[in-house]
Ligand binder design. Structure first.
Ligand code: HEC
Length: 158
């Protein structure tokens, strides 16, 4: 009888602990699920409409705005806005991976975003030479993606 207790008590304790940790875990998982931020859901447009709708207008504005040093605060503000649109737009490209060569797609998207951030910073500092360099670097990344995924169509001049 005593020897049975020697096994039964620790066994009961162990089972109890196991049950406790597994309900605990289930509860924690449920909580984490509820607290998850809503997922990014890309708007249902094809790549052509995405580029045309999100990227073309800011690119065209920047091309004019950065042809020479912006004259005043309003000029720099416009550059900051378009740099931010293109940087965040490039982030969104990461939600639109192609089936083939997704790694390369991501690489160009990240590089384009990072140059956009450099442009934003330079515009904030009203530093034209640095802004111009970042802008040209960004277009290099836009074009690298177009070269690879678009058979070299839409090579954009800075
Ligand atoms: C990760 C890949 C990728 C990057 C980075 C990228 N693009 Fe594109 N872009 C595309 C693809 C793919 C198309 C072709 C879409 C189509 O017509 O099917 C395109 C097309 C375009 C077009 C033509 C749209 C039209 O009306 O036909 C413009 C303008 C454009 N991109 C601007 C940009 C600019 C500016 C950047 C950089 C800030 C950029 N893209 C970065 C993939 C990319």
């Amino acid at each position: 009888m005593r020897s049975l207790a020697v096994f039964a008590v620790p066994l009961a304790l162990a089972l109890g602990a196991l049950a406790f940790t597994s309900t605990d875990r289930a509860r924690a998982e449920e909580k984490a699920e509820k607290e998850k931020p809503p997922a990014l859901v890309p708007v249902d447009v094809n790549m052509h409409d995405f580029m045309e709708g999100m990227f073309q207008a800011p690119y065209r504005r920047l091309k004019v705005a950065l042809a020479a040093e912006p004259k005043d605060a309003a000029g720099w503000k416009a550059v900051r806005s378009d740099a931010l649109i293109l940087a965040e737009g490039s982030n969104l490209l990461l939600t639109r991976l192609p089936k083939a060569d997704a790694e390369l797609w991501s690489k160009h998207s990240v590089a384009s975003r990072d140059s956009g951030v450099q442009l934003l910073k330079a515009a904030k500092a009203k530093d034209y030479p640095t802004a111009r360099k970042a802008y040209e670097a960004m277009l290099g990344h836009c074009n690298a993606c177009h070269k690879k995924f678009e058979d070299g169509k839409h090579i954009l001049a800075p």
